[in-house]
Design a protein around this ligand. Structure first.
Ligand SMILES: [Zn+2]
Ligand SMILES: [Zn+2]
Length: 248
């Protein structure tokens, strides 16, 4: 067995999910030392509502949240949407590289994502419209939810919240236009499931928060008790690097 593994390793060396360079050992997380060290976990100080990171000080509400802009109770993103995570998520989501999932979930679990899941009665992935689901073949948010909460699969539901309106890709839109583009896009299919429940929404990337906010608004309108959002990555202000964000 070890011999076969050795030959396979020689012929098809494991590659770092970040920079694609060959790595010596095929283990999770499959990242070289350099890519691993470039990950940017988002830690305090953060906005205690929307999770926007602050340069210094303690957790407090940002200007937007002081005005109670968002419907969700809290939003947390585990990492900044910077390299190498950006390339990883692009290859996962648009390139269909599902081998990446194990490493992405490992990183999320290292950042205590399971604590968020434990607070929830229901874990809902942000849904894709059926047309996009058909063309992509999978919902990245559902796969992330299943891999990040392996002990809580009985709480993960993919058919409770649906997207029944195909929206324009969000990439080129401003915050206000994003919200308008999403209005009425989501629908609750199973009201009983969410009634008086604490919900956690899962997505891959948070850009302005308008997608999870619209989901939260819809869930609360249909009787949910509270909605929290968790995403693997977050686009930081001034670092919108073009390409993949918001193209659900
Ligand atoms: Zn690397
Ligand atoms: Zn905030």
């Amino acid at each position: 067995m070890h011999f076969v593994d050795g030959i396979t390793g020689l012929l098809f060396p494991a590659r770092c999910h970040g920079c694609r360079s060959p790595i010596e050992y095929d283990r999770t997380p499959r990242l070289c030392t350099s890519c691993f060290s470039r990950l940017s976990p988002l830690i305090s100080p953060l906005c205690s509502c929307c999770g926007t990171p602050f340069p210094c000080g303690e957790d407090h509400l940002c200007g937007k949240c002081l005005k109670k802009t968002f419907a969700f109770t809290r939003a947390r993103s585990l990492f900044a949407y910077t390299e190498p995570l950006r390339s990883m998520l692009v290859r996962f989501k648009f390139g269909g590289d599902l081998a990446m999932l194990e490493t992405l979930a490992y990183l999320a679990i290292q950042e205590s994502v399971e604590d968020v899941g434990r607070r929830a009665d229901c874990i809902l992935p942000v849904p894709l419209h059926l047309n996009r689901l058909r063309s992509r073949g999978f919902n990245q948010a559902l796969l992330l939810a299943r891999h990040c909460f392996p002990g809580m699969l009985d709480k993960v539901f993919c058919d409770v919240l649906v997207r029944h309106q195909s929206t324009r890709p969000q990439t080129a839109l401003s915050g206000k236009a994003r919200r308008k583009n999403l209005r009425g896009a989501f629908h609750v299919m199973d009201r009983e499931r969410i009634c008086n429940q604490n919900i956690v929404l899962v997505d891959d990337v948070l850009t302005t928060g308008s997608t999870v906010d619209e989901c939260a608004r819809t869930l609360l309108d249909h009787g949910a008790c509270s909605v929290e959002a968790v995403t693997l990555a977050r686009v930081l202000a001034g670092r919108l690097t073009g390409g993949a964000e918001g193209q659900y």
